[in-house]
Design a protein around this ligand. Structure first.
Ligand code: ADP
Length: 297
């Protein structure tokens, strides 16, 4: 299947100054607005510590194996992008990191994901607190049918925080999610009145409110227009100073713009993992090269 990359014959890094939208798109972000902002070399820390080390990870939906012997490090305070064609296991892998797949009956995980010396799959791990430490943002914004304030405060009530602490953390989380200025005068109004991009930033604020260490993002921009996408991408770059981020994206320009490390998946296997610049400019595996140059996908 031919992709836009194939047609333009440009690497995603060369294209990464644009929003990824076609040039004729009236909502496309002007190139000068984004150029230089998203160079994956800019925020790269080649000496970043490993936050989670994944080894020998196999995953099964019933009898069907969806991940095969996956091994890679997730680097602290860096953005790791997971790319690959549809159905290759990116989302499944992402969900193994905070054991969201446990919620699907009949699934089985083998292997290890070591975070701070403990295996995430250890049966003694408290899954609720694991999911607070490793938060998640989904493809479609999923705010609760509550006020903007109550959406962000939700997890804090469960943690039995004081009124003052909740007030303070809600504001801080909305600021971190770059939403505060847009909503500070309407905190008690319904979250359902926000635009799609604002709802997604609200969901990010809700995830940040419980102070996670890692943020998993499953195609967080796929339902958004280019301007809202750009805002989320800028936010991801900012948040990576404080949080470790793993993002699934089908958009290679987005991976090039926001991530410092990239894993390329194909039919349940991790084919290549490296610094994003290397994946796009000097891939070692033929499969990676074919995919990033748009020869299939
Ligand atoms: P990607 O995120 O790369 O598009 P997925 O992780 O969604 O891929 O899917 C990987 C494989 O697992 C696919 O073959 C998909 O059909 C299968 N799969 C995903 N979710 C389920 C599920 N809930 N039950 C059974 N199979 C699933």
């Amino acid at each position: 299947m031919e992709t836009s990359l194939n047609r333009s014959q440009q690497s995603p890094i060369e294209q990464s100054g644009a929003s990824g939208a076609p040039a004729s798109d009236p909502t496309a972000v002007p190139e000068e607005k984004v150029s230089g902002e998203f160079d994956p070399r800019k925020n790269l820390n080649p000496d970043a510590q490993t936050k989670i080390q994944i080894e020998n990870l196999n995953f099964y939906y019933g009898a069907k194996q969806a991940l095969y012997d996956v091994a890679l490090p997730i680097r602290e305070h860096q953005v790791t992008a997971l790319i690959g064609p549809s159905g290759c296991g990116k989302s499944t892998f992402l969900r193994t990191l905070n054991r969201m797949n446990d919620l699907i009956p009949g699934t089985r995980t083998e292997g290890e994901a070591i975070m701070d010396g403990r295996n995430i799959y250890d049966s003694a791990i408290d899954v609720i607190s694991l999911r607070q430490r490793i938060g998640m943002v989904f493809q479609r914004a999923n705010p609760f049918r509550k006020s903007i304030f109550d959406n962000v405060a939700y997890g804090l009530h469960i943690q039995r925080k004081s009124r003052e602490a909740i007030q303070e953390t809600v504001e801080q989380s909305l600021r971190e999610a770059a939403l505060w200025d847009e909503v500070k005068d309407r905190l008690k109004t319904s979250a359902m009145g926000l635009s799609g991009g604002q709802q997604q930033r609200l969901c990010i604020a809700r995830a940040l409110a419980v102070r996670p260490e890692v943020l998993l993002m499953d195609e967080p921009c796929s339902a958004l227009d280019p301007i809202a996408t750009l805002k989320i991408e800028e936010l991801i770059t900012d948040l990576s100073k404080e949080y470790t981020i793993v993002i699934v994206t089908h958009n290679m320009q987005q991976a090039a713009r926001v991530s410092q490390y990239t894993g390329f998946f194909l039919v349940g296997k991790l084919i290549e993992y490296a610094q994003t610049v290397d994946i796009f400019e000097r891939p070692k595996r033929k499969g990676t090269e074919d995919y990033v140059s748009g020869r299939f996908g």
